[in-house]
Design a protein. Structure first.
Length: 472
């Protein structure tokens, strides 16, 4: 076999392959055997039909077609290996010349990973918000905690903001009550904004046993996104009573004995959360700067496939779950279809560039992933998936996604290398040092999230990876 590679553009090549007829013999023998096992000819035992009889009965052309279909993947793979190509997706194959007994000639056009030159990233500088926890932040945190321990008492008066009302709801569209538009004994805190738009105004001022009707756009169910007439019946009004903010509350709501100890812990916890947010913002800004510095050609077919896959999954998987269609979804998002398509393509381009750049950095820096790092990453992904670590691991293995998770961790380590080399300062002019183990773990998550922007969103627990669709 002989092969040659022609570069069509930085992300696509054409392979020209010539195969001597004698190299097709194993596939030709396999074709005869396959046909032998599938057909019956009177006078011959099954599987013992001579080749000449098969040619006479079914035609030599059918045998040759079967042989070529069997042989093409093997010769294509050999040509890819010979050309040292890093291919993406499936090739477009065209048989250009073949006659029985003569050599087979075919071409294969396929996308490849572009050659990327990683620029000097040591000069990257980004600014992030300073970590500042105010007394107001602490008081807000304590109020939220206090709210969780509130008690309720039934009152004989009209409902007011902050009260809890127990209501029955009945939604009608075009005068007909919806089968899934009835809810009984729903507890709702007036002013929380956690139910339907317009319910706060409808129930405020009502006492137990009273009703009201209001119009609201339904957020879910069979008529999601449509305006409905909603009848609300109040069966109980309850006043919420918050516990006193004192040492007794600290003992009730935490492991601390005094309110001051609880305040100090709240400050520490808020500082930790803001430091994590700061690190995440730094990683995102450094990554954006690296992408801006690096020339990355985008394979057109890969980009097209990613956009189509993301759109298909939204339309056929997410819309049915949310009870939406394109019109209601776009109205809710406040976008036109053109704006949605443009944003989606921008996300896909960034995701593909992220993967290509960080994968190149993995190779350049000779980064590897050990079992402990992979296990830690798997545990984090399991926590966000709603599955147990064992269930998630089993799903990953069964879905053949272990290499994808390894790639995510490796890209995270590559991003950590860039972040460590960059200069990160906060808005107070202080230099931020992100080079510790916890931040490397956060880098891994940031890299995985960024690269998944271009990934196809399948049913597998970890999602599919855009560039992981490459096949040799």
């Amino acid at each position: 076999m002989k092969s040659a590679v022609e570069t069509l553009n930085p992300t696509r090549v054409r392979l020209t392959v010539e195969v001597p007829f004698e190299e097709l013999k194993p596939s030709l023998d396999a074709a005869y055997k396959k046909i032998n096992d599938q057909v019956t000819v009177p006078g011959f035992r099954k599987g013992k039909i001579p080749a000449r009889v098969i040619d006479q009965r079914f035609g030599r052309g059918a045998v040759l077609e079967e042989a070529i279909n069997d042989a093409l993947p093997k010769f294509y793979t050999e040509a890819v290996s010979e050309g040292e190509l890093n291919v993406l997706g499936q090739p477009d194959v065209d048989i250009t010349e073949f006659n029985d007994g003569d050599e087979l000639k075919f071409t294969a056009e396929v996308d490849i990973r572009p050659a990327i030159e990683i620029p000097d990233y040591s000069g990257i500088e980004v600014t992030v918000d300073a970590v500042e926890v105010s007394d107001e932040d602490i008081e807000k945190s304590l109020e939220q905690l206090r709210d969780r321990f509130a008690s309720t008492t039934t009152v004989e008066r009209p409902a007011a903001e902050g009260d809890v009302v127990v209501v029955d709801l009945e939604a009608s569209v075009d005068g007909e009550v919806l089968g899934d538009g009835i809810a009984k004994a729903v507890s709702y805190t007036i002013g929380s904004g956690q139910l339907l738009d317009g319910i706060d105004e409808a129930v405020t001022g009502l006492s137990a046993g009273e009703s009201a009707t209001f119009t609201s756009e339904l957020k879910g169910g069979s008529a999601a996104g449509r305006p409905a007439e909603v009848k609300v019946d109040v069966s109980d009004v309850q006043a919420r009573e918050l516990p006193e903010l004192d040492d007794d509350f600290a003992q009730l709501a935490s492991e601390f004995d005094t309110l001051e100890e609880l305040r100090a812990d709240s400050r520490k916890r808020l500082e930790s959360m803001k430091q994590y947010d700061q690190a995440t913002a730094a990683q995102e800004k450094v990554l954006d700067a690296l992408i801006e510095l690096t020339e990355v050609p985008i394979p057109e077919k890969l980009l097209k496939d990613e956009v189509e896959t993301r759109t298909h999954n939204l339309e056929h998987h997410q819309f049915p779950q949310m009870g939406l269609d394109w019109d209601t979804y776009l109205e809710r998002e406040g976008k036109t279809r053109e704006e949605y398509d443009a944003e989606l393509e921008t996300q896909a381009v960034k995701g593909i560039k992220t993967q290509f750049i960080l994968d190149e950095l993995v190779n350049k820096e000779k980064l590897s992933v050990n079992q402990e790092e992979l296990t830690e990453h798997l545990m984090r992904r399991a926590a966000t998936s709603g599955m147990s670590p064992d269930q998630f691991a089993q799903a990953v293995v069964e879905g053949g996604q272990v290499p994808m998770l390894v790639g995510e961790v490796a890209r995270g380590k590559a991003l950590a290398v860039v972040v460590e080399a960059a200069k990160v300062t906060d808005t107070n002019g202080e230099v931020i040092d992100l080079a510790d183990e916890e931040d490397e773990a956060a880098d891994a998550e940031a890299a995985a999230d960024a690269s998944s922007d271009a990934g196809t969103e399948g049913d597998a627990p970890a999602g599919d990876d855009a560039a992981e669709s490459e096949k040799a």
